[in-house]
Ligand binder design. Structure first.
Ligand SMILES: NC(=O)C1=CN([C@@H]2O[C@H](COP(=O)(O)OP(=O)(O)OC[C@H]3O[C@@H](n4cnc5c(N)ncnc54)[C@H](O)[C@@H]3O)[C@@H](O)[C@H]2O)[C@@H](O)CC1
Ligand SMILES: [K+]
Length: 460
């Protein structure tokens, strides 16, 4: 059982292909299910500390895992019962069922137990759960002290994270072989509780990964303020947002940060103030230019965004600037560009579309040629080459004014340090999440920007 940082994230189709690849190499489905079930049982056994376990088994292979878990716990002397939603209907699950030699209760009539293991449905759920199933899950979940989902909480769509029924949250989800998008995308992610990964012997390499602690360059004897990475932030109508962004860039490790445009009294002394003119914008030492925080959306600001696009700098485009560009314009401009839209900005720039947040971020990166950081409680980063990174659940207190300005600054700092746009975006999201974790509760964006120093120090 391991933590999820850096883990591969596979869609249902990719997961089945990974399993098929293992079978092609001589593995078989029954052996794989035994490994999955025994790995789950070991975790359940440790966590239940001898309390009675009720395992709920569905009709497919998720249910098959459940029978193996129950049999394994029984063999270890743990009190365990099984309740099922019908008979197993796959060869592998039928085989797993033969290993359980005790009664099987009907789901709707099952008596609760202190530990509930949900092995009703995993990646194979295809339509919303019946109300009677949701009612049974809720009743048994509420009565349990500890609820554990096998692979996924039953009633969520594996690829999109949508609810299929209204399941209650579980305490722990044991992801089998790889993470699935639903472990990270809302609303499903909030139902998963703590997520841990179990190895079941499949090769789970993928273009999508969970963001983990980044590797960032450390200063050495040759370092000076400019080669540590110079960030410039364009000040628009609201100076505060640009100053927050610039402050965040400094605390995330940039060697030199310039605010282009008039600052307000009280900004950090280390922040370099420069006039916003062509000479400042053309400064070749700028390694990342941020435009958008507190910018405004009038014609003057549109012209300013165009001047930023006309520069040769690597760009972080945030906030209002996302309303003043088009995907085609960005694709034509090329070069290193990171976009940091929240849901409203994303829709304004890329329009409404169906599909999961992962699909939408990938399509946006493809359309714009930029790296897209689709922000929210389930941030997804997509690069134009198809690689994606998904953020683990972060501190919900991040839903505060200025939090996005801080993120843009953190990302710009990592871009200026020489990381490629995908790595820089992922590093910035990690630093932002770690800073928020350290801040605890009810912090403001100024605290968050300062806490980036501690988040950065945690990596050294
Ligand atoms: N070798 C394998 O195939 C392995 C499979 N694994 C497990 O197998 C799971 C996937 O198994 P399956 O593909 O069989 O899928 P599931 O077991 O998730 O569910 C599919 C079954 O549920 C039924 N179903 C779907 N939606 C329903 C609904 N709303 N109401 C009632 N019934 C519904 C389907 O008709 C089918 O019988 C994974 O999540 C994982 O837990 C693991 O054991 C690893 C190995
Ligand atoms: K499940």
């Amino acid at each position: 059982m391991r933590k999820i940082a850096g883990a591969a994230v596979l869609t249902a189709v990719e997961m089945r292909a990974a399993e098929a690849g293992a079978f092609d190499r001589g593995d078989d489905a029954v052996a794989m299910m035994q490994r999955a079930g025994h790995a789950c049982a070991a975790a359940v056994g440790r966590l239940s500390a001898g309390a009675e376990v009720l395992v709920l088994c569905g009709p497919g292979n998720n249910g098959g895992d459940g029978y193996v878990i129950a049999a394994s716990l029984a063999a270890a002397g743990q009190p365990v019962r099984v309740a099922a939603l019908g008979a197993p209907n796959t060869d592998t699950a039928v085989q797993a069922r033969t290993g359980w030699h005790r009664p099987v209760e009907a789901l709707g009539e099952a008596f609760p137990a202190p530990v509930l293991v949900d092995a009703l449905f995993g990646i194979g759920i295809s339509c919303p759960l019946d109300d009677t199933v949701v009612a049974a899950l809720s009743r048994l979940g509420e009565a349990a002290r500890l609820t554990i989902a096998v692979d996924l909480p039953s009633g969520v769509d594996s690829d999109s994270g949508a609810r299929l029924g209204c399941p209650a949250p579980v305490d722990l989800t044991l992801a089998l072989g790889a993470l699935k998008p639903a472990h990270l995308l809302q609303p499903a992610a909030a139902l998963c509780g703590t997520v841990r990964l179990l190895d079941i012997g499949v090769d789970a390499s993928a273009t999508a990964q969970v963001i983990g602690p980044p590797t960032l360059p450390e200063p050495g004897p040759q370092s000076h303020k400019f080669n540590r990475g110079m960030v410039a932030v364009v000040r628009g109508r609201m100076a505060g947002a640009a100053e927050l962004c610039a402050t965040a860039a400094m605390h995330a490790g940039a060697g030199y940060v310039a605010l282009l445009g008039a600052s307000m009294p009280g900004a950090p002394h280390a922040l370099v103030r420069r006039r916003l003119d062509d000479e400042a914008l053309a400064d070749r030492r700028i390694a990342a230019l941020v435009v958008g925080p507190g910018l405004g959306r009038d014609d003057d600001m549109r012209a300013l965004v165009e001047r930023a696009l006309a520069s040769e700098h690597a760009l972080v485009i945030d906030g209002d600037a996302l309303h003043l560009v088009t995907p085609e314009q960005l694709r034509t401009r090329g070069g290193q560009i990171i976009l940091t839209p929240h849901a409203g900005e994303f829709e304004a720039l890329f329009g409404r579309s169906d599909g999961s947040k992962l699909d939408r971020a990938r399509a946006a990166a493809n359309a714009s040629g930029a790296t897209v950081v689709f922000k929210g409680p389930d941030t997804v980063i997509a690069a134009p080459d198809g690689r994606t990174r998904l953020a683990p659940a972060a501190n919900n207190w991040l839903s505060t004014a200025g939090s996005g300005d801080v993120l843009a600054g953190a990302i710009a700092s990592c871009l200026a340090a020489g990381l490629d746009p995908l790595a820089a975006a992922a590093a910035g999201v990690w630093l932002h999440g770690e800073a928020a974790r350290r801040c605890g509760a009810a912090f403001i964006a100024d605290d968050l920007a300062r806490a980036l120093t501690q988040a950065r120090a945690a990596l050294t």
